[in-house]
Design a protein around this ligand. Structure first.
Ligand SMILES: O=P(O)(O)OC[C@H]1O[C@H](O)[C@H](O)[C@@H](O)[C@@H]1O
Length: 313
């Protein structure tokens, strides 16, 4: 894949461009004009647009120039640690590393990438990473944009014949919403969750859909594989389908916390909700040569067609 060179079959396109820091980005397009943009900084999907050119992922307009780290928005990858539950930096190091394009990835068990525009990325530990996390791993990410504009992310972690290791993982998906007060999350009713705002105490969700009226930070455990995020004002519903990712993090910092965040505008918390497919409660352990796979697909449908999203299961 050459720099700025488009590789086409007649309908699908993959383009490699550079950002203002000289870091490569891969742009995927589908024939209808939808696109996804993934940065080699972090293997981070930083934009996903529908065929109308509307952005579907939130990203902050404020950049924290003092701390060069993953941008606030898109879908940063948290690996090998989620949050601060471990000895590593918050959310692990993967989102802060430069990944490479994997030109010849091992085949996936099910090849569902036909007709999709996709790219494979790879992260291997550097000498420095091995000092803080001494495990021989390969982390792969396939980002696919479907003919219908759906976005799917497939991650694989392999133990490269080293001693066993354990890790957590999350696709920290910042969905763009009209107003957080208008948002409803369905599919997590009756689930158990850890409330990170109550010292990770375990509670059980009531029968109603989740709505937001203050800071929210919960990890729902062993949740169903299909979750819907309804945005009434935009009449848009995100449907998240996941495999190999039992837990779901739901997060919004609300006003006070967002004011303290150097890379989030004061009012911008209203335009985002994070709903992450994750592995948190029971970390994955891989023995020598073993591989784990996790997959998240996000599709967007008009809310009016979404009275019963369980059809998507
Ligand atoms: O600021 P970051 O390191 O990107 O983390 C952003 C947020 O991620 C998750 O949702 C955590 O549960 C939050 O505690 C954290 O504030």
């Amino acid at each position: 894949m050459g720099h700025s060179a488009a590789i086409w079959d007649s309908k699908l396109a993959i383009e490699r461009v550079k950002d203002w820091n000289g870091i490569d980005q891969i742009v995927l397009r589908n024939p209808q004009g939808a696109s996804a943009r993934v940065s080699l900084q972090g293997g981070h999907v930083i934009s996903w647009q529908n065929d109308q050119g509307q952005e579907l992922l939130f990203s902050s307009t404020k950049v924290n120039v003092k701390a060069p780290k993953a941008m606030r928005g898109g879908i940063p990858i948290c690996f090998p640690q989620f949050g601060n539950c471990g000895s590593l930096e918050q959310h692990g190091f993967a989102r802060n590393k430069i990944w490479v394009v994997d030109e010849d990835p091992p085949p996936l068990p099910t090849n569902d990438s036909n007709g999709k525009s996709f790219v494979d990325l790879l992260l291997k530990p550097s000498e420095e990473d091995l000092k803080s996390w001494p495990h021989s791993f390969e982390l792969r990410l396939r980002v696919c944009l479907g003919m219908d504009g759906n976005l799917s992310l497939i991650s694989r972690v392999r133990n490269m014949n080293g001693k066993p290791f354990s890790f957590s993982f999350a696709y920290h998906s910042y969905l763009s919403v009209s107003d957080i007060s208008e948002v409803r999350v369905e599919g997590l009713e009756t689930m158990d969750y850890f409330d990170n705002l109550c010292e990770r105490e375990r509670f059980t969700e009531q029968g109603d859909a989740i709505t937001f009226e203050s800071e929210f930070e919960r990890v729902y455990l062993s949740s169903p594989n299909c979750i819907a995020v309804l945005d009434h004002e935009r009449k848009r519903t995100y449907v998240l389908r996941k495999e190999g990712l039992p837990d779901v993090v739901v997060w919004n910092p609300w006003e006070k916390k967002s004011k303290a965040m150097a890379d989030l505008g004061d009012e911008e918390y209203k335009q985002m909700v994070c709903v992450d497919g994750a592995v948190i409660e029971k970390p994955i352990t891989l023995k020598a040569g073993e591989e784990w796979m996790g997959r998240l697909e996000i599709l967007v449908i008009p809310s009016t067609f979404c009275s019963d999203f369980s059809n998507f299961n």
